[in-house]
Design a protein around this ligand. Structure first.
Ligand SMILES: [Zn+2]
Length: 327
C-alpha cells in the first residue's frame, strides 16, 4: 500500500536547497564549475533533484539564466533523455553500484560530447558504490576529461573512500525545517495530516510525499498500541515480531522510533515525567514507567535494526529481542 507512488501535482519550491544552488550558480558563472560535487543529503530531502539541477546548469542551452528548465537540454535532462547525461543508480535488487556500471560510465565520459558541450553524470546513491567501483571512479575524478561534471549524491558520505571524497566539492543539504516540509507537502499533494507522516519518516518531505497519510496514521496507531501492549505484558513479543517483520517493517520501525522519542520527551500520556525519571525498572503492569536509560538503549537498538534492514539479518529475531527488552 505505502509503496505506491502518489503523483506530485506540481514542482513546488524547495527553499532548503537554495543555498546549495546559489553556491553552484556562482562557481558556474565564474567559470569555475567543479568537475565533481558530492551532495550530502538525507534521503527524501531532494538531493537527487539538486543533482539534476546541477547537471542542467552545465547542459542548459537556453537564453535565460541557466538552468532555465524549459530549453530542450533542460527538458531532456529531466526526462533522462539527454545524450550527454548519464545517471547511475542501483539496478534491480542490488544493494550496491557495481564496477561494471562505473566502467561503462567512465567510457561514456571519455567520449566527445554529443552536443559539443559538457558531459554530465549523476551517481545516486553514491554511498552504495562498492570498493572496486569507487576505485574505478577515482581515476576519472582525478583526471577528468575537459568539461565533465559529476554529481554524487550520498546520505552517508563517510561510507565513501577518503580519496574519492577529497576530490569532490562537498555540498551539504541541510534538512528542511518542519514548516518548510509542511508547506512543500501541501503544495505538492494537497492538505492532509502531513505533520503525523513527518513524525514517522523524519524531515524528509519527498519521502513523505510518496506515502498515504491515512495509511500511515493507521499504521502508527496500530504499532503504538502493539508497543503499549508488549510493555504492559498484554501481548506476546514473539507473535508481534513475527507479524511486523512480514509487513511494513521499515515503517513500523520508524513508528517505534517515534514512539520512543515521544516518550523520551515525556509527551506521551500516561507516561508522566515523574514516572519516566524513575531510575529503577518498572513494576509489573506499569507500562509507562520504562526507565529512561532503557528508552535510549531501545532507541539505539531500533536505529541499528533500521540501518541493518538491507543486510541479510533475521529481522523477526532481532525485533523480538528488542520487544522482549521492554517487558
Ligand atoms: Zn535550459
Amino acid at each position: 500500500m505505502t509503496e505506491e507512488k502518489h503523483p506530485v501535482r506540481s514542482a513546488p519550491a524547495q527553499p532548503w536547497l537554495d543555498e546549495a544552488k546559489a553556491a553552484l550558480r556562482k562557481t558556474h558563472a565564474a567559470g569555475r564549475m567543479p568537475h565533481a560535487v558530492l551532495i550530502q543529503a538525507a534521503s527524501g530531502t531532494g538531493g537527487d533533484g539538486l543533482a539534476l539541477w546541477a547537471a542542467q546548469l552545465v547542459l542548459c542551452t537556453g537564453p535565460a539564466s541557466a538552468p532555465c528548465g524549459t530549453c530542450a537540454a533542460c527538458r531532456h535532462a529531466a526526462e533522462s533523455l539527454h545524450p550527454d547525461l548519464t545517471v547511475v543508480g542501483l539496478v534491480e535488487e542490488s544493494q550496491q553500484i557495481r564496477i561494471e556500471q562505473i566502467r561503462e560510465l567512465c567510457a561514456e565520459l571519455a567520449l566527445t560530447s554529443h552536443q559539443g558541450g559538457w558531459k554530465a553524470a549523476i551517481i545516486d546513491p553514491a554511498d552504495t558504490l562498492n570498493r572496486f567501483a569507487a576505485n574505478a571512479l577515482l581515476k576519472t575524478i582525478e583526471e577528468p576529461p575537459p568539461r565533465t561534471f559529476l554529481a554524487l549524491v550520498a546520505a552517508q558520505p563517510s561510507k565513501l573512500p577518503a580519496t574519492l571524497r577529497s576530490r569532490c566539492q562537498r555540498l551539504v543539504v541541510r534538512a528542511p525545517t518542519r514548516a518548510q516540509s509542511l508547506a512543500w507537502l501541501e503544495a505538492a499533494r494537497g492538505p492532509a495530516e502531513w505533520d503525523a507522516v513527518l513524525d514517522v519518516v523524519g524531515e524528509a518531505p519527498l519521502a513523505a510525499a510518496a506515502l498515504d497519510p491515512v495509511a500511515i496514521a493507521k499504521l502508527r496507531g496500530e504499532t503504538w498500541r502493539g508497543l503499549e501492549e508488549v510493555s504492559s505484558g498484554a501481548a506476546d513479543p514473539t507473535a508481534l515480531a513475527e507479524r511486523w517483520s512480514r509487513s511494513e517493517l521499515a515503517l513500523r520501525l520508524a513508528c517505534f522510533e517515534n514512539w520512543l522519542t515521544e516518550r523520551i520527551r515525556g509527551r506521551l500520556a500516561p507516561g508522566s515525567e515523574a514516572a519516566e525519571l524513575r531510575a529503577s525498572a518498572h513494576p509489573p503492569g506499569a507500562e509507562s514507567a520504562i526507565n529512561p536509560r532503557m528508552l535510549f538503549a531501545l532507541l539505539d537498538g531500533v536505529r541499528e535494526l533500521k540501518a541493518a534492514l538491507s543486510t541479510p539479518i533475521n529481522r523477526s529475531f532481532a525485533l523480538e529481542s528488542l520487544l522482549r527488552s521492554m517487558v
